[in-house]
Design a protein around this ligand. Structure first.
Ligand code: TYD
Length: 194
């Protein structure tokens, strides 16, 4: 089973991904991974993406170049070997950030999903949802400010709206979890939904 965690800044995806992977590891092999990154070439692309700004289409292509590497070298082989895969961000993030946030081309996103992922697509996606101000404050308190976090409140409000739009369009895949709750409550909500 391929499971992804999505959400804006400061939603606690990485912590919840670790906990979900630990839970699933009681039953069998699990690959815990993240995007952008997750394989050597994709991690190199991550460094490019986070180091400077790009033309919006170039940025979408870079995210999908990294994702294609990640899928081909890590995710697809793990799924073929019968492992569960838990991924911190995936193609929905590109829709939310590059289409919703940056105003990129939704048709290009769709074409890249159809043309580069070889049908690898999450069975379940947990959208860790919380108000933009709360998420940005949490991320700032962690002392992390990557290039995307610095983009401001309006950008992140568009990202959140875009995630909600995706969840509404694919209700069978998405579970929206209130990420403003304490960490243990968020974990419990994810495990019970699973
Ligand atoms: P990261 O440090 O992993 O942030 P987070 O802990 O919030 O996941 O940095 C990843 C950043 O890249 C994050 O701000 C979201 C952004 N991003 C995109 O803009 N598009 C994408 O397709 C992905 C996967 C991430």
């Amino acid at each position: 089973m391929f499971i992804t965690l999505e959400g804006g800044e400061g939603a606690g995806k990485s912590t919840q991904a670790r906990r979900l992977a630990a839970h699933l590891a009681q039953r069998g092999a699990v690959l815990l991974t993240r995007e952008p990154g997750g394989s050597p070439g994709a991690e190199a692309t991550r460094a490019l993406l986070l180091s400077r700004g790009w033309d919006p289409r170039a940025e979408m292509l870079l995210h999908f170049a990294a994702r294609r590497e990640h899928v081909a070298r890590s995710i697809a082989p793990a799924l073929a070997a019968g492992a569960a895969v838990v991924c911190d961000r995936f193609a929905d993030s590109t829709y939310a950030y590059q289409v919703g946030g940056q105003g990129g081309d939704a048709a290009l996103w769709r074409a890249l999903v159809d043309g580069t992922l070889g049908g690898v697509w999450p069975a379940r996606t947990f959208l860790l949802d919380l108000p933009v101000e709360v998420g940005l404050a949490r991320a700032a308190a962690r002392g992390e400010t990557n290039r995307y976090e610095a983009l401001g409140r309006d950008f992140h409000a568009r990202v959140r709206d875009a995630f909600h739009g995706l969840a509404t369009r694919e209700p069978a895949r998405f579970r929206v979890v209130d990420a403003s709750l304490p960490l243990d409550d968020v974990t419990a909500a994810i495990l019970s939904a699973l």
